[in-house]
Design a protein around this ligand. Structure first.
Ligand code: DCP
Ligand code: MG
Ligand code: MN
Length: 338
């Protein structure tokens, strides 16, 4: 374990000094300068003592040691341990994990790995860790991606996508989803649901992936492609966008659906995630199944609840009809916050 203070303490209070130093290092790490300073002061006073300090009273007689640290000195001598340090270490690990998980592209698993390798700061990661390309982008734009997008800016990003899409084909529909559709004043990212009545998902996918994305990349509106998933029934493109007069990168998601699934997709991508969970639960209580493609009935399951068939589609196209089929009154997006 690395100490920033003096190490190799000897003398009657050596063990106490080691433990206090660890706590001082902790306060240094979490930038609690006030506590760090009092511990440093107490450590240097204790180091000068020529007899073993074992009680709170004795410790308080040493100039530079206050009652709170004096108590800890007694605990260390009595138990050879300081419980406060255990909590401090847990707390520090949690803070490190939180810091790392705020990087786009870093989940709990990667954060745990980084923390276990001894990395504590974003700078440590930049200098020492093996990062994926996406994680590097996440770090380079850490502040951008962790700041909220004002509602008016969400509209500007959506407007650019709508305008570009208009030039690539008639009748494309772009819905701004997620927290924006729920009426939020600012959003974590920009979620755009793209569809075209009468068009197959293949046609929509080809237009967006092969023409829209390259075009907007050329115009430097789309500035990074982060992840793409493509299935027979839908497609997602995750990336970053930047307005012409700005240097702030925003997370943007393009979600492509065929018209037949528009209602279910509107429902799913409006959220919030807790509301979605309660709707799925409701469907399953009624013997149905709800996902981002539609509401299904007669879903065949074996006794292990393993799904055997998708069942028959009840409704996919019309968001309101999904509410009706589930027997719940319509809830406007602004009221879908759980
Ligand atoms: N969604 C979900 N479950 C997830 C992730 C997403 O049900 N695990 C759905 C509900 C979300 C929508 O997709 O509202 C969009 O996902 P976002 O992560 O973009 O979340 P929001 O747009 O709701 O919030 P934010 O403002 O943070 O982007
Ligand atoms: Mg969102
Ligand atoms: Mn999103």
């Amino acid at each position: 374990h690395k100490h920033t203070g003096k190490s190799g303490d000897q003398g009657p209070n050596a063990h106490t000094l080691v433990v206090l130093q660890e706590l001082a290092d902790h306060y240094d790490q979490i930038r609690d300068q006030w506590r760090c300073k009092s511990y440093r002061q107490a450590i240097s006073a204790l180091r000068k003592q020529t007899t073993k300090i074992s009680t709170k009273e004795a410790a308080m007689r040493v100039y530079g040691i206050g009652s709170s640290i004096a108590e800890k000195i007694e605990e260390i001598v009595r138990t050879t341990h300081l419980r406060k340090l255990d909590f401090a270490k847990l707390d520090e690990r949690q803070q490190i994990l939180n810091r790392f998980m705020k990087i786009y592209g870093v989940g709990l698993h990667a954060a745990e790995n980084f923390a276990s390798a001894g990395y504590k700061t974003i700078d440590d990661l930049l200098q020492k860790a093996e990062l994926t390309d996406n994680q590097r982008i996440g770090i380079d734009h850490y502040d951008d991606f962790n700041s909220r997008v004002p509602r008016a800016e969400v509209e500007k990003h959506a407007g650019i996508v709508k305008k570009a899409l208009k030039g690539l084909g008639k009748n494309y529909i772009v819905n701004t989803m997620g927290s924006y559709r729920r009426g939020a004043q600012d959003s974590g990212d920009i979620d755009l649901l793209i569809t075209k009545p009468g068009a197959s998902i293949d046609e929509i996918r080809t237009t967006v992936m092969d023409r829209l994305v390259p075009l907007l990349t050329k115009h430097k509106f789309l500035v990074a492609a982060l992840a793409q998933t493509s299935q027979a029934d839908g497609t997602k493109w995750h990336g970053a966008s930047c307005l012409p007069d700005s240097s702030t990168w925003r997370r943007i998601d393009l979600l492509l659906v065929p018209e037949e699934e528009l209602g279910a997709a509107l429902l799913y991508f409006t959220g919030n995630d807790i509301f979605n969970r309660s709707m799925r639960l409701l469907a399953s209580k009624k013997g149905m199944r709800l996902n981002q493609r539609g509401l299904y009935k007669d879903v065949l399951r074996d006794y292990g609840r393993e799904k055997l068939s998708e069942g028959t589609l009840v409704e996919g196209k019309d968001e309101r009809k999904i509410f009706e089929a589930l027997g719940v009154p319509w809830r406007p997006p602004e009221h879908r916050i759980c």
